[in-house]
Design a protein around this ligand. Sequence first.
Ligand code: 13P
Length: 258
Amino acid sequence: MRRPLIAGNWKMHFTVPEGLEYALRLRHDLEAFATLVELVILPPAVMLWEIANALRGCPVEVGAQNASWEDQGPFTGEISPKMLAGWCHHLLIGHSERRQLFNETDEQLNRKLQAAFRHNLKVILALGETLEEHDLGRTEEVITRQLSAALYGIDVKRAIDLTLAYEPVWAIGTGRAATPEYADETMGMIRNLLAGKFGQLASEIRILYGGSVNPANARSLMEKPEIDGALVGGASLKAADFTAIVQATAEVVQSARA
Ligand code: 13P
């Protein structure tokens, strides 16, 4: 079993003081699970530095939700991977909200991935099909395109710094999570694609599931062999819910070891 990773994507929520207070609460609540589950929170950029400092030395790591492919320059409103390097551990790239609402293309996401790796950030690369693509039976085609475009030119050695997040767009924020069976099957297909790119190393790359993960469905998702953790949106904003998801994951690890 790969070591699971639970990441909380806060999206555009909380003021800076609220975010800091919440991160400290999570540090307290989650520390006990950190030997079994890798823990990451993805706060908004404006509070990232403050939270990273507050969590220094603690097993809850921080990541950015987005960054440019450029290191610096006249790019108003952007933050660069160079600015994150050395203190921010992870970078989320390719979330469907970035793809859909901010028109990010596969080619841009590939440049972001290259830039992130240049600065030694660990990348969580999100992909997944829309409802329309799903209903048209185009899931495999869409994911194949997203993955091969994002990974174009990426060195095999970088496999260890890569985590994927399969997030069917129709499951995000809808309360309608994919069934564990559907997620597991699709993620098995994704792992086959990874094997084509990275060979044996593909078996070490974690693939997270994202889309309406909550305390009630977390366990049944995490029990599936291809599901190596979760990228959690709405439920990551409430300490009790996020902690329950982490706890359910830790219990799955424990029972696999028993
Ligand atoms: P929800 O958990 O709110 O469905 O969001 C999933 C997501 O987009 C995480 O990145």
